[in-house]
Design a binder for this molecule. Structure first.
Ligand SMILES: Cc1cc2nc3c(=O)[nH]c(=O)nc-3n(C[C@H](O)[C@H](O)[C@H](O)COP(=O)(O)OP(=O)(O)OC[C@H]3O[C@@H](n4cnc5c(N)ncnc54)[C@H](O)[C@@H]3O)c2cc1C
Length: 312
């Protein structure tokens, strides 16, 4: 399997409170949630996105800002009474989330771009970010290179680091609810994969700075133990473990970078505009839409110019 496809196959994916509590993360989450909920309602089956009931538990109290933000927009948000929480859990909520069949959702987006919007896709590896300015008519380059932003010539962002995760793909059609437990040094989750004939993602790990794409038997055991303890119905002959995956979340100290930069293009005497949009960590599906909208908003004038000239 190609390295870059591993991040996506391994992604659950869902909308969860896994993200940070800073202003950017809260805003991108909110935009992403509204977008995915709307997509689930209008075109969920084609987009492989579905409303799903969800429970989230924290072993340590989340910040007041995080709770206030979630309570403000999550559909059916309800705090779970303390006496109903499992042992060791400090805080818990019920709400309606969105689950995403990550590999098929990506294909849906690609099809939409190419067939509905006429986007031409060119696959290739650029040796430097400036190489993405393919010709004189390339005005704006969006840099969405994920983990590669750490080493890519012209970017070399030392704040970037991978956060490894291992998951199990299972067949467990009896599991219909999304469940997460944010532990002190672990992350346990069960995500029913929508429109997949009963596949369920069992996770996981959040290993900062670990960059191996290997999978490990002891991690598989740990995932099985933790998820079965959290959802006892998983411990049944109806649950079949299909395979293990690992992936590297493209993380960044201080959160994702969504910003515009002007560079001089060597040997041409020209300036180029780069819009950076990388470092989504474990939230590229849930927060990616919000990040993308803000990235595009940094070059509104340039894009209007392009639309105008293509209409001439
Ligand atoms: C185990 C696991 C579980 C996850 N679960 C969830 C979840 O439940 N919800 C959620 O929201 N997110 C989840 N994620 C995170 C999500 O998968 C990422 O945030 C998302 O994939 C990041 O997308 P991206 O496009 O920014 O980066 P990437 O997916 O890493 O894509 C970067 C792209 O840039 C390309 N590239 C890099 N360098 C170059 C170059 N020099 N030239 C050309 N192309 C280049 C790469 O080939 C790649 O295609 C999970 C991730 C993992 C690993």
């Amino acid at each position: 399997m190609k390295r870059d496809s591993i991040v996506i196959v391994g992604a659950g994916a869902n909308f969860s409170a896994i993200s940070a509590s800073d202003e950017n993360a809260l805003r991108w989450d909110k935009l992403g949630y509204a977008h995915l909920l709307d997509l689930a309602a209008k075109d969920g089956r084609n987009a492989f996105v579905k409303e799903t009931s969800s429970v989230e538990y924290w072993d340590d109290m989340p910040s007041a800002a995080k709770i206030e933000s979630m309570a403000g927009y999550l559909k059916d948000f309800k705090k779970i009474p303390t006496q109903e929480l499992p042992t060791g859990v400090a805080f818990g909520i019920n709400f309606t989330t969105v689950t995403i069949n990550a590999p098929l959702h990506i294909q849906y987006l690609l099809k939409k771009l190419t067939e509905e919007y006429g986007v031409r896709v060119i696959r290739g590896k650029v040796p430097a970010i400036s190489s993405a300015f393919l010709g004189l008519d390339t005005k704006v380059v969006f840099n969405c290179t994920g983990n590669a932003a750490k080493h890519l010539e012209g970017v070399k962002d030392s704040k970037c680091f991978p956060t490894r995760g291992q998951i199990l793909l299972s067949h467990a059609p009896h599991v219909q609810q999304n469940t997460m437990r944010h532990g002190k040094d672990y992350e346990t989750y069960v995500i029913p994969r929508p429109y997949s004939n009963g596949k369920v993602i069992l996770g996981g790990f959040m290993q900062k700075g670990v960059s191996t794409a290997d999978t490990f038997g002891e991690e598989t055991e740990s995932i099985l133990n933790r998820t079965k303890e959290m959802i006892p119905t998983l411990d049944s002959p109806d649950t079949e473990i299909l395979t293990a995956f690992s992936g590297l979340r493209p993380s960044r100290e201080g959160g994702a970078r969504v910003s515009r930069e002007e560079i001089s293009l060597k040997g041409t005497g020209r300036q180029g505009t780069i819009v950076h949009n990388y470092g989504a960590g474990g939230t590229g599906f849930q927060a990616g839409y919000g990040m993308a909208v803000e990235a595009v908003n940094t070059v509104t004038q340039e894009l209007q110019g392009l639309i105008h000239s293509s209409n001439l």
